[in-house]
Write a protein that binds this ligand. Structure first.
Ligand code: DP6
Length: 421
């Protein structure tokens, strides 16, 4: 390719985040990021939570560069390098038409790239931003380099960036499968059902206020693998059975089974964290209160209507509920127990799909203050309020997988120079 040609080719893509209902915790191989057990996740609606990445390739670039949320960061990390190398190895020539001139661009895999990932949701939410970020990077680079391989190959590449990232290559309900090959080529994500399969599933994320210092999932799971005997039992005996049951629950849209498995798996994940030496505490008092509220609510309803799951960030606490009729009441219960601080406005207390507010008859903060004792407290359980303990809620639902953004005005890279806008 003639170096005099200073063309810049760009692609922008959006990728959702996901939350695991059967958790991945522990690697068999740290470099290849081979999980020790399968996991199952739900992809969240990218209209509410996603990452956007613009990437560019050009013969004019002198080295690979990345700007995360607009700020240049080092690319020395092995995980990024592995993903980049793998995508490059699958690159194909591309035909590009700009201003009516058709150009055949060859050898894209040998050129340097510029990458501009942005996380479009508050990182304080503690959601798996690395999962969505890595998946988005792999997906957008693959589009840029005209990679013909399917999403399962891309998921194996994204897995080498972050174990949970492989699941963000698909929408809906996804299994991050760990199979047999030592090189990890068959450790890929598989879509179990798309997002339309169970579209009355509602996901509420309670972002808990916390100043707790975080143990990263990478180092946390390493310590668990080294010290917890419970983890071995979990990976060999418990998870394989749960995966089969969870796949069945999803296939049949069996919410009580889905809820029981989700809560049990979240609790066992935190039990293996406690079984680690030194123990890892991801949940705090507010998390425990949320669990207790959900358990009491389900008990008063007679069958599980809500599920909770908590990941490895101290600030991320996630609930599911299903029945549209019950949702407004459940949400009223949440806002009764965890009302916002007086300096919070309603639009920052509930983000994402705000219809939940109208359905619950909440028009302003006064309506929250006026809420009466929620139903699960009938049996004389605590009616106590924990003001400000939940900073805000994000309401969302299962969503689609990654997509290219064709609207050039949304690109984060200047198409002329290949630098951040
Ligand atoms: C608790 O995928 O963040 O969210 O592979 O080291 O990058 P690395 O870890 P990561 O771990 C996610 C752990 C989890 C469970 C899950 O998402 O399955």
């Amino acid at each position: 390719m003639a170096n005099a040609e200073k063309w810049v080719l760009t692609v922008t893509a959006q990728t959702p985040t996901n939350i695991a209902v059967i958790k991945y915790w522990g690697k068999g191989d740290e470099d290849l990021i081979l999980p020790i057990n399968d996991s199952i996740s739900v992809t969240l609606d990218p209209d509410h939570l996603c990452t956007t990445t613009s990437v560019a390739v050009s013969p004019a670039f002198t080295h690979d560069r990345m700007w995360l949320n607009g700020k240049e960061v080092s690319l020395s990390g092995g995980r990024f390098q592995n993903c980049l190398r793998e995508v490059r190895s699958c690159a194909n020539d591309v035909e590009d038409e700009k201003e009516g001139v058709l150009k055949s661009l060859k050898g894209l895999g040998d050129l340097h790239v510029h990458m501009c990932p942005t996380i479009d949701f508050p990182t304080a939410a503690g959601l798996a931003s690395s999962a969505a970020g890595l998946a988005c990077l792999v997906f957008s680079l693959a589009k840029l380099m005209n990679v013909k391989e399917d999403h399962s190959r891309l998921s194996a590449i994204a897995r080498q960036g972050s174990g949970s990232a492989c699941r963000s290559l698909y929408g809906g309900f996804v299994n991050g499968s760990f199979l047999k090959e030592e090189n990890g080529s068959d450790s890929i994500a598989v879509q179990l059902a798309d997002e339309k399969h169970w579209d009355d599933l509602v996901i509420i994320i309670a972002v808990v206020s916390s100043r707790q210092k975080e143990t990263s999932s990478t180092s946390g799971m390493r310590e668990t693998v080294e010290t917890s005997m419970l983890l071995q039992h979990r990976a060999k005996e418990v998870v394989p059975e749960r995966i089969i049951q969870m796949e069945e629950a999803i296939k049949n849209r069996d919410f009580p089974a889905f809820a029981r498995l989700t809560c049990a798996d979240s609790n066992q994940f935190h039990a293996v964290c406690l079984d680690t030496l030194p123990p890892i505490f991801y949940m705090n008092d507010t998390s425990h209160r949320i669990i207790s509220c959900v358990e009491k609510w389900n008990c008063s309803e007679g069958t599980p209507q809500v599920a909770y799951t908590f990941d490895a960030g101290p600030k991320c606490r996630i609930n599911f509920t299903q029945t549209e009729k019950l949702l407004p009441n459940f949400f009223k219960g949440c806002s009764f127990h965890f009302p916002p601080n007086s300096d919070t406005d309603l639009n920052s207390y509930v983000i994402g799909d705000q219809t939940i507010l109208q359905d619950a008859g909440i028009k302003d903060l006064k309506d929250i203050e006026a809420l009466s004792t929620p139903p699960e407290t009938k049996e004389n359980l605590s009616a106590q309020k924990y003001r400000g303990d939940v900073s805000y809620f994000i309401c969302t639902k299962p969503g689609r997988g990654p997509a290219v953004v064709n609207d050039e005005s949304r690109s984060l890279i200047n198409p002329e120079f290949g630098l951040p806008k």
